[in-house]
Design a protein around this ligand. Structure first.
Ligand code: ADP
Length: 575
């Protein structure tokens, strides 16, 4: 995904975020630019007068100085106003852009999040959302603030010597060309270091993120991860340096060209004074203002070498997401009927960038009211099967029929609930944590709180220590996730290893709870613990992405060797 013309689009977004602010802000910048041109003329008059020995126009000198001082003062005042505006405008644009991005990403098909390249794109796009304004600002500053002054200076230069403006143009063109070449380097840096940057973030997380630091500390893994982190840093440095060293050499060339240009212009001007082609006043005024021209050029160069090209690259990623209409989005009208049956017909599925199929040619029918347990070794495809059944992922080949018909464009999420292995630990109150699964419902949460045995907690207290709330134990969080899953009013529920953080004594009680809460629902439980399957009336045994057993416990003990092995190995533990 690439988005062309990031600059034009940035202008459009920044303008439409607030037209009055845009006009007011950049109108002031233009006013500053126009005012900037006045001192050049005033200075010329000033220097011309003071170098005259006779007939010095004292009044004129003071007037010229007064104009310079006044213009500078007004300019500073305007700058103060524009900086104030800048912050306000910036906050507004950033908020609008992040909202746009979030709105688009929320429509993405869940499968896209499994592709690390998309995660990189998201990271760059969020960065980019903050930079649209910077692009517009840099360009308009050059166009509105510097250009009027430059026009006056070019006019003076032209009147001194017709070649002088030409020299300025040649320098500008060369600088611009070099910038274009540099831009390519920066684009490459972004591309080639994306994976390494992700590694750095991940390893840093292993060292300090809440979910990891305990294990890292206890197992003494700091050194191990630090070495990985250093290696990633070093690799990134090497890659960046490869491009940077080229870019920096070009930078050196640019600076050299600017310096040579400046010196030659001054020399020519000096010769003009000697030949009396221009007055000392023009010479002095140009010398003072010429700095502005070169500052502008350097500003232009710095804006780029300080990463405007990198910034443009990130803004491109922003537009790549915002402009795209996700064709794979699962949306449209919610499914009207309740789900009575789900049928998989020769369904295969593999994750992005993976050649191995996680699900291989599965055909399966699940009917309303069934209580199904899915068992099998790690990596056998249990979770993937649930993601396919629930419509989170779409199959690579084969069909999934809901009530006998393919989904087309209907959402079925409203008809289902799920408790995943990586459930959310939301930093909101206990009550909200439960209500999140059915935000439109006013039903009491009390029965479910009682059912999951969380009555000891105040339902209004904010949970998680992220924002200073109270932290729950792993088991309590899991109970809460289960309560949330069952609070949702729907007939179809998936439970993916729902008891992994709960001790075995409680586990038995919870499986009974699933049984009671899920009595009138269709439930599909993915589990390692075969103790739980006594509440299931049908068991699916998975191996290598296939279903190799489908039946009751008794049937499978007779027919399915893998099931028998798993059962016996677990039973042995309890003997
Ligand atoms: P289970 O739930 O039985 O442990 P999964 O459904 O999670 O198994 O995984 C099935 C297969 O798909 C495994 O080989 C696993 O390595 C692979 N897999 C799972 N998630 C991803 C992913 N996000 N990207 C690539 N491969 C994955």
């Amino acid at each position: 995904m690439k988005s062309k013309n990031a600059i034009g689009k940035s202008f459009k977004e920044v303008y439409s975020a607030s037209k009055p602010l845009f006009i007011w802000n950049y109108g002031l910048t233009l006013l500053q630019g126009l005012l900037n041109a006045i001192p050049v003329i005033a200075l010329q008059f000033f220097f011309d007068q003071i170098t005259r020995i006779h007939e010095v126009d004292t009044k004129g000198i003071f007037l010229a100085l007064g104009i310079v001082v006044l213009v500078k003062t007004v300019n500073y005042a305007i700058r103060a106003i524009t900086s104030y505006n800048y912050e306000y405008y910036d906050l507004k644009i950033s908020k609008d852009m992040v909202n746009k991005l979030n709105a688009k990403i929320s429509r993405w098909n869940a499968l896209r999040f499994e592709d690390s390249q998309n995660l990189d794109l998201i990271g760059r796009a969020y960065d980019g959302s903050r930079y649209l304004r910077r692009i517009v600002d840099t360009i308009l500053l050059i166009a509105l603030y510097y250009i009027p002054e430059i026009v006056v200076i070019l006019f003076y230069l032209y009147s001194a010597n017709a070649y002088l403006p030409l020299i300025v143009f040649v320098i500008l063109a060369t600088v611009f060309l070099i910038e274009k070449i540099q831009e390519r380097f920066y684009v490459n840096i972004e591309k080639e270091t994306a994976l390494l940057t992700r590694k750095i973030k991940t390893y840093s997380g292993y060292l300090s993120a809440l979910d990891y630091y305990k294990e890292t500390k206890l197992l003494g893994l700091q050194k191990y991860f630090m070495e990985l982190l250093h290696a990633a840093f070093d690799q990134r440095k090497t890659v960046r340096w490869k491009f940077f060293s080229k870019a920096l050499r070009l930078d050196g060339c640019e600076k050299g060209i600017l310096l040579a240009g400046k010196i030659s212009i001054i020399l020519i001007l000096f010769l003009c004074v000697k030949q009396q082609a221009i007055t000392i006043g023009v010479f002095a005024a140009l010398l003072t203002s010429l700095n502005d021209v070169f500052n502008m050029m350097e500003g232009f160069i710095n804006a780029f070498s300080e990463g405007l090209t990198e910034v443009i690259e990130k803004v491109r990623s922003f537009f790549a997401i915002v402009d795209e209409d996700p064709e794979d989005a699962i949306e449209g009208e919610p499914l009207q009927d309740d789900i009575h049956q789900i049928e998989l017909k020769h369904v295969s599925f593999s994750y992005p960038n993976q050649t191995i199929e996680a699900i291989k040619n599965i055909s399966l029918t699940i009917r309303e009211g069934e209580h199904i347990a899915v068992v099998g070794k790690n990596g056998s495809g249990k979770t993937t099967l649930v993601k396919l059944l629930s419509g989170l992922y779409t199959p690579k080949t084969g069909d999934i029929l809901y009530n006998g018909i393919p989904l087309e464009n209907n959402r079925l999420f409203e008809k289902q609930s799920a408790v995943f292995q990586n459930y959310g630990k939301y930093a909101v109150s206990l009550e909200e944590n439960i209500r999140l699964s059915d935000t439109n419902s006013n039903r009491m949460i009390d029965p479910i709180v009682k059912a999951v045995d969380m009555t000891g907690l105040n339902s209004q207290t904010v949970l998680s220590n992220l924002f200073g709330g109270i932290e729950l134990s792993g088991g309590q969080w899991q109970r809460l996730a289960i309560a949330r899953g069952f609070y949702r009013s729907c007939q179809w529920i998936y439970l993916d290893e729902p008891t992994s953080s709960i001790d075995p004594i409680e586990e038995g009680a919870l499986f009974k709870l699933f049984h009671d809460l899920g009595k009138n629902k269709t439930s599909i439980i993915v589990t390692h613990r075969l103790g739980s399957i006594r509440f299931a009336d049908r068991i699916l045994v998975m191996d290598g992405g296939e279903i190799i057993g489908d039946g009751t416990h008794e049937e499978l003990m007779l027919q399915c060797e893998l099931y028998r092995n798993i059962w016996n190995s677990q039973a042995r533990l309890f003997r």
